[in-house]
Design a protein around this ligand. Sequence first.
Ligand SMILES: Nc1ncnc2c1ncn2[C@@H]1O[C@H](COP(=O)(O)OP(=O)(O)OP(=O)(O)O)[C@@H](O)[C@H]1O
Length: 311
Amino acid sequence: MDPVIAVEGLTKRYGQRTVVDHVSLTVEKGEIAGFLGPNGSGKTTTIRMMCGLLTPDEGRGTVLGRDVIRQAREIKREVGYMTQRFSFYEDLTIEENLAFVARLYRLRPMRAHVQRTLEELGLSHRRRDLAGTLSGGWKQRLALAACVMHEPKLLLLDEPTAGVDPKARREFWDEIHRLAARGITVLVSTHYMDEAERCHRINYISRGRLLATGTVAEIIARSGLASWIVEGAPAAIDAAIERLHGAPGVEQATPFGLTLHVVGRDGEALARSVRRVAAELGLSARPAETTLEDVFIHLMGEENSRDREAA
Ligand SMILES: Nc1ncnc2c1ncn2[C@@H]1O[C@H](COP(=O)(O)OP(=O)(O)OP(=O)(O)O)[C@@H](O)[C@H]1O
């Protein structure tokens, strides 16, 4: 079966700046593909090129079997795109907002589409609530309803859960998994690590370039990073950060509450440095599983140091 998204070398420039730099991406049917990267790394721009809203300066490929350059209009109609800043008529109810969207898409019979969508997304009992009175989580659910009502086979969700509480985020992701189980393909950008871990595959982009792609396990394994956790009193942890900075094998030391994640590629040198500093400061240290967050912090750090070298 052909991939739902198969793009190659997508590039977008604004003036002198290349904001998306030869991004190639494949997403298979039914897959939940995560799109991660720091602010301003080019996720939204890439998504907009894939849903036919923005013409790439270079690159080619297909989305839902249609050409991203020549058939942008068809793609735009056939995907479900949830933007970062979706908007509703706040003084209309959930049902009225959906009816408005159904009219935009010329869905017939309109009532039946609205009804089915309300039911599928668990919105029926709140359909007479005004959109303006909904909590963040329910607004997000309404936005998702609006972009699935025309039954798209591909959903492009741009940070759909930004600013939503953990319970509502979890429910939103349960919904994404339900949609994927029905064969809908999802590409979703996020800054949350727990969400990244709920994706089948992850694509990590930084400064417009795709730096890592694969399952969580593959990305962690390929990073070649070893990790240690150091624990103890806050003052000693602060001192450990200072002593570990620049120590052999230590590439990053990141505090997480009362623990410190210490990460590096040279496992033996890292172990020696961590053990030494822990002993000096009376801290406990143990080897740990490298997390996705460790890998992403590391990738960002590498980019920054490349910049410093180039400067
Ligand atoms: N129309 C435009 N004109 C000029 N620069 C732009 C335009 N659109 C985006 N950019 C720049 O391109 C870069 C990538 O932006 P983009 O919104 O794609 O990133 P992002 O990864 O989605 O970021 P975030 O996580 O903050 O949403 C940013 O530096 C942004 O300022």
